[in-house]
Write a protein that binds this ligand. Structure first.
Ligand code: SF4
Length: 715
C-alpha cells in the first residue's frame, strides 16, 4: 500500500481553529489527525474534527455535493445542468440589469464566516468597490457582531485582547453564555487541564442552562434568560461597595466611569438577585472571585451576542475587566469565542454591511477615502448596507431584487423562517454558491454555483485568538467545482465589462495575491499584518498584529495600558439593563433558547453525513424541566407542538434538569428532514428557526436567537 500524502490545514468547524493533518491517496482523503505543531490544539481534535475525512468520501461527495452549475428555468421545476460560461453570463446580465434599472442597492450579497479570508475580501470589494453598495453581510451577523460592537465601543477596536495560553495563567475563569464543553471542545480540554494543574483556580459559569460546562464550575449562576447586563452591573455594584475596583487603573486608562457608577448604583444585590433569579450570596461570591483574583479571564459566546441587548451585554462584561484592571496581563481580559472558523477574517476584511477593510469604519470619510485609494475607485458608498435581517426583509418587501448567497444556508439558519423564505421567493434572482446540494436554500436558487470546500481549498482563516492559519488543499476540486474567491473574481470581471467600467479591479491570479492586497489594507491599523506573508504562515500560524519588522505576532494586547482610541484610554459603556424583546407571558409561558449540540455543526450539511456523529444525540427534542412536564401531564417522548407568534414545530419531549422551570431548549441544527413545522400563516417551515424572533440589538443588529416566548402543548 502506498504511503498517504500528508497536508497540513485547518478544521473547518468552530472558532478554536485547530490544525489538522489531512491524509490522502490520489483523489481521496483517507484520514485526518490533529496537527501537533498547531498552537490552537497541539494535536488534539474533537469528535467533529476527527471525523472530517468521513465527510469527504467518494460516496458522500456523490450524494451530497453540488458538482456542476445548475439553472432552474422555472421556480417549480428541477434545476438543469449548465456550463460555467452560461451560468456566469446569466448572473452578470441579470445583476447588471437590476443595477441599471433599480440602482446598486437593489442587489445584496449574503456570505459566510466559513469562507476563507481571500473569498471574503473579493466579495466585499465586489459589492463596495465595483457595484457601489454596502449590501454585503454575512452569517457572522448572527454570530459575532455584538462582540465587534462591544469591543469597539469600549476598547476602541474589534480585537480580542487575549489568547488561549491565558487559560494557563489565569486564577479565575468567568464563562458566560457559552457551553464551551460542546461548542469549543478543544479549548475546554485546556480549561480542564488548567483546573487539574491548579485546583485553586476558580471557575464561575453564568448561563440559564446547566450544561456540561457547568460540571467544571465552582459556581453556577443559573440566571434568567437575557439578564446578563443586570448580573454584570450587580457585580460591579458589589465591587464598588467592597472597594474591589482599581481606582488607579480607572483614573489612568479609562474614561466615563462616573456615568456607569450612577447606573449601577441602583443595581442592588436584592434587585439583581430578584431579576436574575440567583441568590445574593452567589452574586457576591462571583464579584469577589472576579475582582480579587490575580488574573481573571472571561470567555463568552452566543449567550451574550445573540441578544437584543448584545452590545450592552458585551460592554457590561468588559466594564468589569476595566474597573478591576483585569486586562492587559497574562491570564486576564475579555475573550469572545468565535462560533465559526473565520468570523474573525471576515471582520478583518470588513466584509459586513457597516464595516470597511482593515477594521475601518464606514461612517468615517477618511477611512472610506483610504479604502477607495487602495482599490483604485472614486469612492466607497457611505450609506450603511442592509444587515442580515434587514437584507432578507428588504428582499421580502421587493426592495432587493437579486440575492447572491455564498457558503451559508439562510433558509434554515436565519431567525423568522417565514420572512426569509418569502424573501427567497420574491427576489427576481437568487444565486446560491455552495459546496453542498443538500441545503434548504438550494431549493430556492435560480442559479446554483458549485464551490470547493474543506480539503480542496487554499487560503487563510483567523481563529478566536487572532491567529491566522493556512488552509491547504489535499485533493483536486471534484466535478466542475471552483474556489469561492475565483467564482467571485470571474463574475466581477464580467460585471466590470457589462457595466462598462474600464478599471480592472480584480486582477488576481492566485488567492495569495488577494491576501497580499488585504495585508496592505491593514497597514497602520490595529490588526497590521504588513510583516506577515504566506511563506511565514507556511512555517507557523501567527497572531495579529505582526507589523513590518516583527518576527512574531502579539499574544496579548493592551499590556501597556494604551488603547486604540483618540486619547489612548478605554471607554466605560454605560450599560442599562433591558429585558428580552419577547418576554414570556400567559399565552406563551416558556422561554425558548437555541444552541449547539456537541457533535453537529450548523445545518448538518457536513456533519449530517457521518453516522457516528448521531451517536451522541440521535434526533431532535425539546428539553423541558420535569416539574413543568408533571404540571402539564406530559411525559418523556410525547410529541408536542412548540409554538411562537411566528410558527410552530412538532418535536418529541425530553425531560431535562439542564433547563430551568419555564424554560425550554431546542438544538439549532435540525432541518427539514428532522423537524417540520408551519408558519403562523400555514406555510411549510422547518427547524427551530420557524419559532425564533428577528428582533435585533439596535447597535450590532444581531438577532435574539437565544430567546423566544413559546407555548408547548401535546400534539
Ligand atoms: Fe474543529 Fe473546533 Fe473541534 Fe477544533 S474544537 S477540532 S476547530 S470543531
Amino acid at each position: 500500500m502506498s504511503t498517504p500524502t500528508e497536508t497540513k490545514s485547518t478544521c473547518p468547524y468552530c472558532g478554536v481553529g485547530c490544525g489538522v493533518i489531512i491524509e490522502s491517496t490520489g483523489a481521496q482523503i483517507t484520514g485526518v489527525r490533529g496537527d501537533p505543531d498547531h498552537p490552537a490544539n497541539f494535536g488534539r481534535l474533537c469528535t467533529k474534527g476527527s471525523t472530517l475525512h468521513h465527510t469527504a468520501t467518494a460516496a458522500v461527495t456523490l450524494q451530497t455535493r453540488l458538482l456542476y452549475p445548475m439553472q432552474r428555468l422555472q421556480r417549480d421545476q428541477a434545476p438543469q445542468r449548465v456550463s460555467w460560461n452560461h451560468a456566469l453570463g446569466m448572473a452578470t446580465r441579470k445583476f447588471a440589469q437590476v443595477i441599471q434599472e433599480h440602482g446598486p442597492d437593489a442587489v445584496g450579497f449574503y456570505i459566510s464566516g466559513q469562507l476563507l479570508t481571500e473569498d471574503y475580501y473579493v466579495f466585499n470589494k465586489l459589492a463596495k468597490g465595483l457595484i457601489g453598495t454596502n449590501n454585503v453581510d454575512t452569517n457572522s451577523r448572527l454570530c459575532m457582531s455584538s462582540a465587534v460592537a462591544g469591543y469597539k465601543s469600549t476598547l476602541g477596536a474589534d480585537a480580542p485582547p487575549t489568547c488561549y495560553d491565558d487559560v494557563n495563567h489565569t486564577q479565575c475563569i468567568f464563562i458566560v453564555g457559552s457551553n464551551t464543553a460542546w461548542a469549543h471542545p478543544i479549548l475546554f480540554r485546556r480549561i480542564e487541564d488548567a483546573k487539574k494543574a491548579n485546583p485553586a483556580m476558580k471557575i464561575i459559569y453564568a448561563d440559564p442552562r446547566r450544561t456540561d460546562t457547568a460540571e467544571i464550575a465552582d459556581l453556577h449562576l443559573a440566571i434568567q434568560p437575557g439578564t446578563d447586563v443586570m448580573l454584570f452591573n450587580g457585580m460591579l455594584h458589589i465591587m464598588l461597595w467592597e472597594g474591589w475596583t482599581n481606582a488607579a487603573y480607572i483614573a489612568a486608562h479609562t474614561n466615563d466611569f462616573d456615568a456607569l457608577k450612577a447606573t449601577v448604583r441602583d443595581c442592588t444585590p436584592e434587585l439583581v438577585a430578584q431579576i436574575c433569579g440567583i441568590s445574593k450570596e452567589a452574586l457576591h461570591q462571583a464579584a469577589q472571585w472576579f475582582a480579587t483574583s490575580k488574573a481573571t479571564l472571561s470567555l463568552y459566546c452566543m449567550g451574550l451576542n445573540q441578544s437584543s441587548s448584545g452590545t450592552a451585554k458585551n460592554g457590561a462584561l468588559i466594564n468589569l475587566h476595566l474597573a478591576t484592571a483585569q486586562i492587559g496581563k497574562p491570564g486576564a481580559g475579555p475573550f469572545s469565542l468565535t462560533g465559526q472558523p473565520n468570523a474573525m477574517g471576515g471582520r478583518e476584511v470588513g466584509g459586513m454591511a457597516n464595516l470597511l477593510s482593515g477594521h475601518r469604519d464606514l461612517a468615517n470619510p477618511a477611512h472610506r477615502a483610504e479604502v477607495a485609494a487602495l482599490w483604485g475607485v472614486a469612492d466607497v458608498p457611505a450609506t450603511p448596507g442592509k444587515t442580515a435581517i434587514e437584507m432578507f426583509q428588504a428582499a421580502a418587501d421587493g426592495e432587493i431584487k437579486a440575492l447572491w448567497i455564498a457558503c451559508t444556508n439562510p433558509a434554515q439558519s436565519m431567525p423568522d423562517q417565514a420572512t426569509v423564505r418569502r424573501a427567497l421567493q420574491r427576489a427576481e434572482l437568487v444565486i446560491v454558491q455552495e459546496a453542498f446540494a443538500t441545503t434548504a436554500t438550494c431549493a430556492y436558487a435560480d442559479l446554483l454555483l458549485p464551490a470547493t470546500t474543506w480539503g480542496e481549498k487554499t487560503g487563510t482563516v483567523t481563529n478566536s485568538e487572532r491567529r491566522i492559519s493556512r488552509v491547504r488543499p489535499a485533493v483536486a476540486a471534484p466535478g466542475e467545482t471552483r474556489h469561492d474567491w475565483s467564482i467571485a473574481v470571474e463574475f466581477a470581471q464580467q460585471l466590470e465589462a457589462e457595466l462598462g467600467r474600464p478599471a480592472r479591479l480584480f486582477d488576481y491570479p492566485t488567492p495569495e495575491s488577494v491576501w497580499n492586497e488585504h495585508r496592505e489594507s491593514t497597514r497602520g491599523r490595529d490588526l497590521d499584518i504588513t510583516g506577515l506573508s504566506y511563506a511565514m504562515l507556511d512555517v507557523a500560524p501567527q497572531q495579529w498584529p505582526l507589523r513590518e519588522g516583527d518576527a512574531v505576532g502579539k499574544a496579548r494586547l493592551y499590556e501597556d495600558g494604551l488603547f486604540p482610541t483618540k486619547d489612548g484610554k478605554a471607554q466605560f459603556a454605560n450599560t442599562v439593563y433591558k429585558p428580552v424583546a419577547e418576554p414570556r407571558e400567559a399565552r406563551y409561558p416558556f422561554s425558548l433558547s437555541t444552541g449547539r449540540l456537541r457533535d453537529q455543526w450548523h445545518g448538518m450539511s457536513r456533519t449530517g453525513t457521518v453516522g457516528r456523529l448521531f451517536g451522541h444525540v440521535a434526533e431532535p427534542s425539546v428539553q423541558m424541566h420535569p416539574q413543568d412536564m408533571a404540571r402539564r401531564l406530559l411525559k418523556e417522548g410525547d410529541l408536542v407542538h412548540v409554538t411562537s407568534k411566528r410558527g410552530s414545530i412538532v418535536v418529541p419531549l425530553q425531560a431535562s434538569t439542564e433547563v430551568g422551570m419555564s424554560q425550554a431548549f431546542i438544538a439549532m441544527h435540525w432541518g427539514e428532514e428532522f423537524l417540520s413545522g408551519v408558519s403562523a400563516n400555514g406555510e411549510r417551515l422547518a427547524g427551530v428557526n420557524a419559532l425564533t424572533t428577528p428582533t435585533f440589538c439596535p447597535t450590532s443588529k444581531q438577532p435574539e436567537l437565544k430567546h423566544a416566548a413559546v407555548k408547548i402543548l401535546k400534539a
